[in-house]
Design a protein around this ligand. Sequence first.
Ligand code: FES
Ligand code: FES
Length: 79
Amino acid sequence: MTEPVCAQKEPYAVDVEAGRAYFWCACGLSKKQPFCDGSHSGTGIQPVRYKAEQADTVFFCGCKSTGDKPLCDGTHNTL
Ligand code: FES
Ligand code: FES
């Protein structure tokens, strides 16, 4: 597998904590979306680290086709 699979065709809104690092699932296989649970093993795809600078609501890409990983850039509207 070299292409990610779509987990859902919309972003995941997550309230992030200031100073905390998150690992976004890039492969689409995680059961803990939008974050990595290790299911990418063997796919050649790696999670993408996101460091929250401040407490905020962040929209993580669910379709895995964003051009602005790990954030939703609206690409899901074209799928
Ligand atoms: Fe998808 Fe780790 S489970 S990148
Ligand atoms: Fe992937 Fe919006 S959910 S670009």
